[in-house]
Design a protein around this ligand. Structure first.
Ligand code: GLU
Length: 309
């Protein structure tokens, strides 16, 4: 009960901090990773720190207390997804709604934040190895993944899209039959695309099994090439190594350059949640924050601020 009240107070404090700091999203992000962030948000942050310390005395779970004691929350984020997690190549500064959320979690704990750029393939390894405490990286909540990691209530819902070179003449899902599609290792993309094509009646789906589906071995009317990161898929698309590039539209946006277009369909809603170690105290802590920020309009504010709706 007390914890909930503390969270509510913190949520209110933090939304004030956010409103003060979010006149320009870049500015907020620029401050974010800096060690001076806490000082700059005083007195609100001071108050928040006081609350966290008070809660820590009797109520914080052991793993959350360990983060407070360490003084740093280590977060896995994307570095090339504009509006979510983007690292300015010139300054090294991060910006995006996932960056702001990570900062707010750290602020509520009264600690600094440290960002590690992750990919779809590395984010879970780094979480499992303990190199990072949580993941805010366009990480889609799926039943399969929930068996291995905890996810908060979703803070954003995206859809999967497909990017092609205009010269390919492909304009919709039907144009992808018998084509090769670039996807990221460890992503939901290939499975989402195959399911969308089966649903559209474009491929039979004989032999499709949601449990055992593997992009590496699927060759039934569409095939996939898997890459470690998104820039590699973009290069492969330019080189004609693949006919299309499939992933969430938030991620595709930065690669939608002149001479390229999305096919007309988007599909497979992708609910993004904060991922934490299964059964950890941090899972409960972050869930409390996220649900608070969903109900008090903080998350809607971030979505609007980054033009994501
Ligand atoms: N959001 C999708 C997933 O979690 C796409 C991959 C990615 O986030 O990079 O699989």
């Amino acid at each position: 009960m007390k914890k909930k009240m503390v969270s509510a107070v913190l949520a209110a404090v933090m939304s004030t901090v956010m409103l003060m700091g979010c006149g320009s999203s870049k500015e907020t992000a620029a401050e974010a990773p800096a060690e001076t962030a806490a000082a700059e948000t005083a007195p609100a942050a001071e108050e928040a720190e006081g609350e966290a310390t008070e809660a820590a005395a009797g109520e914080l779970a052991e793993d959350v207390q360990a983060i407070v004691d360490r003084g740093v929350l280590r977060v896995g984020v994307k570095n090339a997804v504009v509006g979510f997690g983007f690292e300015d190549p010139a300054t090294g500064e991060y910006s995006g709604m996932e960056i702001d959320l990570a900062n707010k979690i750290a602020e509520s704990l009264g600690v600094d934040v440290e960002f590690t750029a992750v990919t779809a393939a590395t984010r879970t390894e780094l979480l499992d190895s303990g190199d990072i405490d949580c993941v805010l990286a366009t990480f889609t909540i799926t039943d399969e993944r929930k068996k291995s990691w905890d996810f908060t209530t979703p803070y954003f819902t995206d859809h999967v899209g497909v990017l092609v070179e205009d010269s390919s003449g492909i304009t919709d899902l039907s144009g992808l039959v018998d084509k090769s599609v670039g996807v990221s290792s460890g992503s939901t993309s290939a499975k989402s695309l195959v399911e969308a094509m089966i649903e559209a009646g474009l491929i039979t789906g004989d032999g499709y099994n949601a449990e055992t589906f593997d992009p590496a071995t699927w060759t039934d009317d569409i095939s996939f090439k898997q890459y470690e990161d998104y820039p590699s898929i973009s290069t492969a698309l330019s080189a004609g190594e693949v006919d299309a590039f499939c992933v969430d539209k938030s991620i595709l946006a930065i690669y939608n350059t002149d001479g390229r277009s999305y096919i007309s369909e988007e599909f497979a809603p992708q609910d993004y949640g904060v991922a934490t170690t299964k059964g950890s105290g941090l899972s409960d802590y972050v869930e409390g924050l996220v649900t608070g920020w969903l109900s008090d309009g903080t998350i809607d504010g971030l979505i609007a601020n980054y033009g994501l709706n």
